[in-house]
Design a protein around this ligand. Structure first.
Ligand code: SF4
Length: 370
């Protein structure tokens, strides 16, 4: 590692290194901020709103406060944020008689994994716990999730580190930690119980990961599916080098084809990031012209149509049902989404069987199995 002062660590920092050492170095050793990312911004905003709400409930001793929560709904918020927030406060009830609760609790540990103040110069590993409390000899830790995927609760390093941190710093006498993931997007929860055997090796596991980072001299870039999310694509050597070779534009050998695939992946990821940054610029300073094209805002018109209203109107206007069915389209994704919305996923296979199966080939990137 080529900095004089050793950096501080957290689970998300370790994860960034796992995804791409170059991205870790760029962000945490060189201090280059990551480009804005909608998913990260949504997560941060919702975490802050939920924390404010919980602090209010704990302070006032109420199980819910819908009036306050309704007023706290951001009037110009992204629909995703508003939907998750409304689902949360309409379904969440603060458990009664909480013992030693904490919201957005900041914890820090020194080199010997002993708790220290979050702001301490000795703090080497930091974490922020969303919501925790005690229930008898059990510690309960709730982690708010805004992910689209709702994977099963595996005892991964993040969960183990949070469970260990809670016991080590706040509830040293508890036997077990119940970790509950609350998926704000779906209003669903998943739980995992962490016992002494799960937690005892956590400092060693974290130490091993930190050791690998501190021994690293090269921080090689690791291009892959994370490229669109690293937030530092513009500072990545792989991205700029990939644009140079001309022979990849018309590959003739496997080696050139591999370079071409790497270039294509790069361009796909770069396009996303470039257009996000350019949109930001245009919003602030106005449209830009490239030859006879202008990149800037233009008015779009869209309609939210209700199938029932459209069908009734067309039937009333004299169209037959057969003519109307042809106008309505449904595909596997919309069918699955619609049934999930009304909690009738059990009908998915049945409905799918009414269609005919068509096979076609699509050439694109997909994840390797290993
Ligand atoms: S673009 Fe890919 S390879 Fe480059 S820094 Fe980001 S994650 Fe790493």
């Amino acid at each position: 590692m080529n900095t004089k002062e050793k950096p501080k660590y957290s689970v998300s920092r370790l994860n960034l290194y796992e995804h791409c050492p170059w991205a870790f170095k760029t962000v945490y050793l060189e201090g280059i901020p990551r480009a804005a990312d909608e998913a990260r911004a949504t997560g941060q905003l919702l975490h802050a709103m939920v924390a404010d709400y919980l602090e209010r409930l704990i302070a006032t001793g109420q199980p819910t406060d819908w009036v306050w929560a309704r007023l706290a709904t951001p009037s110009d918020g992204h629909p995703d944020v508003v939907e998750m927030w409304e689902r949360f406060y309409n379904t969440f009830t603060l458990p009664p008689a909480l013992v030693a609760p904490g919201v957005e609790r900041q914890l820090a540990f020194d080199r010997k994994w002993e708790p220290v103040k979050f702001s301490s110069r000795r703090a080497r590993f930091r974490m922020v716990l969303d919501f925790h409390f005690r229930q008898g000899s059990l510690a309960v830790l709730i982690d708010w999730k805004t992910n689209r995927t709702m994977n099963g609760v595996e005892k991964d390093l993040q969960l183990l580190a949070y469970g260990w941190g809670l016991k080590q710093a706040l509830y040293p006498d508890v036997e077990e930690v119940l970790l509950r993931l609350h998926f704000l997007r779906y209003g669903r929860e998943r739980e995992v119980l962490l016992g002494p055997d799960d937690l005892k090796d956590v400092p060693g596991m974290l130490e091993e990961k930190i050791g690998r980072i501190e021994k690293d001299k090269h921080f090689d870039p690791a291009p892959g599916s994370f490229c669109g999310m690293c937030g530092v694509t513009a500072h990545c050597p792989v991205m700029s080098e990939a644009l140079a070779p001309v022979e990849v534009l018309a590959p003739a050998t496997r080696e050139q084809a591999e370079k071409a695939a790497s270039l294509l992946l790069t361009l796909q990821k770069m396009e996303k990031e470039l257009s996000a940054r350019l949109k930001e610029w245009v919003r602030e300073y106005g449209a830009v012209q490239v030859g006879d094209l202008v990149y800037g805002p233009s008015q779009m018109v869209s309609y939210d149509l209700t199938p029932q209203n459209v069908c009734t109107t067309l039937l009333d206007a004299g169209l037959s049902r057969e003519e109307i069915w042809g106008l309505l389209s449904i595909n596997k994704t919309s069918l699955e989404k619609g049934l999930r919305k009304i909690s009738r996923q059990d009908l998915f296979d049945l409905a799918l069987k009414t269609g005919t199966v068509r096979f076609s080939e699509r050439i694109d990137f997909y994840k390797t199995k290993s």
